[in-house]
Ligand binder design. Structure first.
Ligand code: SF4
Length: 420
């Protein structure tokens, strides 16, 4: 069984801040989602700013056949809403005619006021009817409504009502949250060894999406999927409370939640997980020497901050100065919060200037933050880690525990070299 949850009043210093934020918008999720769902296309309905963000965030994909684009609504389209809707329909129809490989199209909303006025969910319904069998869905990646990992949440939440119904008892376990294919394959093998049938959301193609059944248990693979979890619960699925599969302890706790739900004996669980746990412990050992006692400060960005702080303190002996997070889902993070060291300061939301002041006073050894803050902080002599890398790199599971630790050890090594 996973450890009981510590009452939240016990030992954690919670605070909430409101003020200026420095976080990417939800459009960023397209960069990893378009790689995951291999016949999906993401059409951002937005401005030139949105197009630039997507191009630069996904710049590494420049030589690949792009499966994302921006339909730019400029002033010409603003003459009337009907014009903008017609223009959008024409863009989508041209796209589908040119790219018959697309089976699933997401219209992704953004912030400009002319986009907000468009009803993208209605446009998706209209286009789905016209372009069947291509499915057209919509969600918002707007910076007004979403921080960057919430784009994935909005995308998956839009998918859930579309998923087929499975016969009760045939659905097995559902794992929700985009994982690197290599990680998904590893977990698939572990669940198979445990005797647990499993499906992953999102599937790797429109035709490989999981079917759902009322009463089916689901695990979250990512901590930023509050909307997706609500949509799954609305379909009658049952969330399994668990830590997140980061590091050896997180992965074991996550797998154990599924094993308990499916009645796997503790002996069998030990036998299946022991080799992975051993490999993870061996991979972590050299990093512990570098990270133990190092003071780490998290700016709010990816919503991975609380599980990462638990991993860094619990498995690598780091000292956590502050854990900033855009949102704190106390239910989904209950196991993670319970495993933080007593006295850890957890701040939900952001007041950028106040947080910068606290980081400057604390002078942490490592600051985990968004791209926009890294350069100014480096210029002030602080070692930084871009939190966005934690989304682009496979970090979950036993086999990746060492790589995850390495992501935090590397900036410290680089700074030591610079200082030498
Ligand atoms: Fe900027 Fe909004 Fe477009 Fe994001 S959605 S790039 S915040 S304009």
């Amino acid at each position: 069984m996973n450890a009981p949850v510590r009452p939240e009043s016990c030992g954690i210093d919670f605070a909430r801040e409101r003020g200026q934020r420095a976080v990417f918008c939800g459009l960023t999720g397209i960069v990893w989602l378009h790689r995951k769902i291999q016949d999906a296309f993401f059409l951002v309905v937005g401005s030139r700013t949105c197009a630039h963000l997507i191009q630069s965030a996904a710049g590494v994909m420049i030589f690949a056949e792009p499966r994302f684009a921006t339909a730019i609504l400029d002033e010409r389209d603003l003459a009337g809403l009907a014009d903008a809707e017609d223009e959008l329909d024409r863009v989508v129809e041209r796209l589908i005619a040119r790219r018959p490989d697309i089976r699933l199209l997401f219209l992704v909303g953004s912030c400009p006021s002319e986009v907000i006025k468009l009803d993208l969910s209605r446009a998706a319904l209209r286009l789905s009817r016209r372009l069947a069998p291509v499915r057209v869905l919509s969600y918002s990646g707007s910076g007004i409504e979403t921080t960057f990992t919430e784009g994935e949440d909005a995308c998956l939440a839009a998918l859930v009502p579309e998923l087929a119904e499975a016969a009760p008892g045939e659905a097995g376990l559902l794992v929700a949250g985009a994982l690197g294919d290599v990680v998904e394959d590893q977990f698939g093998r572990l669940f198979a060894d445990l005797g647990i049938p499993v499906r992953f959301l999102p599937g790797r193609s429109a035709g490989a999406m999981p079917a759902l059944a009322p009463g089916q248990p689901f695990l979250l693979a990512q901590p930023f999927l509050a909307g997706t979890a609500r949509a799954l619960e609305a379909r009658g699925l049952r969330h399994l409370p668990a830590p997140f599969p980061l590091g050896e302890a997180g992965t074991t706790g996550w797998l154990r939640a599924a094993a308990d739900a499916f009645g796997v004996s503790s002996e069998h669980f030990e036998a299946v997980t022991a080799p992975g746990r051993r490999r993870a412990a061996t991979a972590l050992a050299p990093h512990r020497a570098r990270l133990a006692g190092r003071r780490v400060f998290f700016f709010p960005d990816s919503q991975l901050e609380v599980p990462l702080a638990r991993f860094l303190s619990g498995e690598l002996g780091a000292a956590i100065v502050e854990v900033g997070t855009p949102y704190l889902h106390r239910g989904h993070l209950a196991h993670e919060i319970a495993a933080l060291p007593a006295g850890t300061r957890v701040v939900e939301g952001q007041s950028l200037d106040d947080q910068m002041d606290r980081a400057r006073v604390a002078r942490p050894d490592l600051t985990v933050c968004g791209l926009g803050l890294a350069n100014p902080l480096e210029a002030e002599g602080l070692a930084t880690k871009w939190s966005i890398e934690l989304l682009f790199t496979p970090v979950q599971g036993y086999e990746q525990a060492g790589d995850l630790a390495e992501l935090f050890a590397r900036p410290l090594r680089r700074r030591e070299r610079l200082e030498v």
